[in-house]
Every structure is written in structure tokens, then in C-alpha cells.
Design a protein around this ligand. Structure first.
Ligand SMILES: NC(=O)c1ccc[n+]([C@@H]2O[C@H](COP(=O)([O-])OP(=O)(O)OC[C@H]3O[C@@H](n4cnc5c(N)ncnc54)[C@H](OP(=O)(O)O)[C@@H]3O)[C@@H](O)[C@H]2O)c1
Length: 182
């Protein structure tokens, strides 16, 4: 798959490494933006408060399948939107998902140590499911569906709980599964 990663830091760069190892063709963009016309999937991994600025510097987004991984830390979604993911969709009008925002990039190099595959929750459009499922598996996680894009705000709010646990107990991976699948 041709993937454009907008934001090539800890999260975007880490996922780009996984996806390249899985055989995908990944192009990485930073603050200067660029043209994503060629991409079949776009990851947004910039600071949450910079999402509007970041997308304004990206060309070729119309109709793209986009995974928004941003978290809002000390920031709010752009005015008129309940989540960054819904803002992203307003700019692309394509299949959109919120995902990868509730996992710690600093543990990416330890995913192989887990006894069961860690979970990666996502919320978003049904048309984005195949892309999210594949890129989640290719990063070493199991996708867990959390409903439509209207639930992206719930995933974005989840970071407060995850930060609280991380500060109290250290960064963690987790498995969400019915009892018979644990
Ligand atoms: N790190 C994690 O464990 C983690 C986990 C879940 C979610 N997230 C979320 O993922 C996002 C990225 O986090 P990160 O830790 O990867 O950050 P990071 O290492 O600081 O990387 C940020 C990236 O965003 C780009 N950027 C910064 N300001 C921008 C702007 N105004 N416009 C366009 N691009 C801009 C930077 O561009 P340059 O390369 O040009 O400097 C860089 O590539 C954040 O929303 C964060 O909350 C992070």
C-alpha cells in the first residue's frame, strides 16, 4: 500500500518503520507538508493542536482514507468540531478513522515481547475498516472497533486515563478481548 505519514516523529516515524518492514511504500512529511495525491492511506500524527495548520500544508487530501492518531494535550479540536478526527474528515471528505492514539510509541520496540497481541482501538467509517485492520496488524496490534466516527471524541478523551495510568504505573500495552479470547 502507498502510505503518506504526516508527522514523522515518535508516533508517525515509528508506525512508518513498522509499515515499511511489512512491505508498504511510505512517504514521510513534517512541518513543511507536501503532496499526498499518490497515497492510498494517510496517517495524521502531528501535535493535536496543530492539526489545522498541518493539513493546510498538505495537498491532495480530497477523498483520501485517513487515520488520525493525534491526541489533544492542552488543546481543543478546531472550533465547530467535537474531535480532531471529525475535523480531518471535513477537510478530506473521505473514509476517516481515529486510531493509534491510545498506544505508547515508546513501547513499539517491545511489542514482540507480549504473550498475546496488544489491542489498538479505533473508531470511524466502515469504508476505512480494511485499511485500519491491515495497518493495525502490520504494526503488531489487534484492531478493536469502537463504533463510528462520532466516537472519535471518546478515544481522544481516553488519553487522560492513559496518561494517568502511565504516570502512576509506567507505560503499558493492553489486550481488550472477551474472556474466551484472552
Ligand atoms: N508519542 C506517542 O507515544 C503518542 C501516542 C499516541 C498519540 N500520539 C499523538 O501523535 C501525535 C504526534 O506525537 P509524536 O510523539 O510523534 O510527536 P513528535 O515526535 O514531536 O513529532 C511531531 C511531528 O509533527 C510534525 N509537526 C509539528 N508541528 C507541526 C505543524 N504545525 N504542522 C505540521 N506538522 C507538524 C513534526 O514535523 P518535523 O518533522 O518537521 O519536526 C513531527 O514530524 C501527537 O498528536 C500525539 O499526541 C503520540
Amino acid at each position: 500500500m502507498k502510505i503518506a505519514v504526516v508527522g514523522r516523529g515518535n508516533l508517525g516515524g515509528g508506525l512508518a518503520d513498522f509499515w515499511e518492514k511489512a512491505g508498504h511504500d511510505v512517504t514521510r512529511f513534517g512541518k513543511d507538508g507536501g503532496d499526498v495525491s499518490d497515497a492510498e492511506a494517510v496517517l495524521v500524527a502531528v501535535p493535536g493542536g496543530a492539526v489545522a495548520d498541518a493539513l493546510a500544508r498538505v495537498q491532495g487530501l480530497e477523498g483520501k482514507t485517513v487515520i488520525d492518531a493525534t491526541n489533544l494535550v492542552g488543546a481543543e479540536p478546531p472550533a465547530g468540531f467535537e474531535s480532531n478526527a471529525e475535523f480531518v474528515k471535513s477537510k478530506t471528505n473521505g473514509p476517516t478513522a481515529k486510531s493509534f492514539n491510545l498506544n505508547f510509541a515508546r513501547l513499539y520496540d517491545r511489542l514482540g515481547e507480549t504473550k498475546s497481541t496488544p489491542s489498538n482501538p479505533w473508531a470511524g467509517d466502515e469504508e476505512a475498516r480494511a485499511t485500519v485492520d491491515q495497518l493495525t496488524h502490520d504494526a503488531g496490534y489487534e484492531p478493536v472497533y469502537a463504533g463510528g466516527l462520532e466516537n472519535a471524541k471518546t478515544l481522544e478523551a481516553g488519553i487522560k486515563l492513559f496518561f494517568a495510568i502511565s504516570q502512576a504505573s509506567g507505560p503499558f500495552v493492553y489486550r481488550m478481548a472477551p474472556p474466551d479470547q484472552l
